[in-house]
Write a protein of this length. Structure first.
Length: 280
């Protein structure tokens, strides 16, 4: 093909693209639709004041199933139209462990190489009030806690719960969670009696077993000059629950109690509570 013919074809293509509102930038290789000067940082620049981008609408069956033609590829984004789509566990040990759907199931999902990640998910949150806990921590009377100093807090029924598959057993303090990544926040009001000569402190822990050791979630120290005055434990933790789901507990480790000392969780305003938010 001669240079003259190539130029003629190129000219015709440019005119055709222009008639369709499609323009290219020779300098950046960018393509613009609705603009004659596409942004040089964009491969495709869509410009309009009364039109949007309409993605492909796909009926996905599960967040763990590719469901499209061809080989799966990370970065693929679709708009799911199937309100019955189900959540799936991850096959990647380095991922969050689960691929939850959006609350209403329908919406944008992006394939990350192992599953469909919901892009417009409404927050799933559980708020658990803590009941007024009667004195129960024991001491050896010599300034150090016995094993009984690690105490699992009983819980009230959740004030609200939008985490699908989550449940609370108030009597045992067990919080059952489906697979995923969670942010746990606390606001715990605590008072300790008879400070005496020793400082008293409580450590709040999030554990996977009752009366067990775990991540320190917060610390409260009772000064000797503040007998019975409430103090506060505030903390945040990120935990991962594996594909099979799991249970967590809130435990308090009490140290330096003397004989006859007691501690109590206060429910007066601000009310003691735990908040669990599913972030993936």
């Amino acid at each position: 093909m001669t240079i003259k013919k190539q130029f003629a074809i190129t000219t015709l293509l440019c005119l055709l693209f222009a008639s369709l509102g499609i323009f290219t930038s020779a300098q950046s290789g960018s393509v613009g639709i609705g603009t004659t000067s596409p942004n040089s940082s964009a491969l495709l620049d869509l410009t309009a004041t009364d039109k949007g981008l309409l993605l492909t609408r796909i009926s996905l069956t599960s967040t763990g199933t590719w469901g499209l033609t061809g080989t799966s590829v990370a970065g693929m984004t679709v708009y799911n139209t199937n309100a019955a789509i189900t959540s799936s566990s991850s096959t990647n040990s380095l991922s969050a462990g689960a691929y939850p759907t959006t609350v209403n199931k329908i919406g944008l999902y992006t394939w990350d190489g192992y599953g469909w990640v919901a892009q417009n998910s409404t927050a799933e949150v559980m708020k658990i009030p803590v009941p007024n806990y009667p004195p129960g921590a024991s001491s050896n009377g010599a300034g150090g806690s016995t094993a009984g100093g690690i105490t699992t807090l009983p819980l009230n029924a959740p004030s609200f719960n939008t985490i699908s598959g989550a449940a609370v057993t108030p009597a045992t303090g067990a919080v059952t969670l489906p697979a995923g990544i969670y942010r746990i926040s606390t606001s715990l009001s605590v008072a300790i009696s008879n400070p005496g000569t020793n400082y008293k402190y409580l450590q709040l822990m999030v554990t996977t077993t009752p009366n067990g050791q775990g991540d320190v979630h917060g610390l409260y120290v009772q000064p000797t000059t503040m007998t019975g005055v409430p103090g506060y434990i505030n903390g945040n933790s990120i935990i991962r629950i594996g594909a099979a789901g799991g249970t967590v507990y809130f435990n308090v480790f009490v140290n330096n109690l003397g004989v006859g000392d007691t501690w109590v969780v206060a429910t007066a305003s601000p009310q003691s509570n735990f908040t669990i938010e599913r972030i993936h």
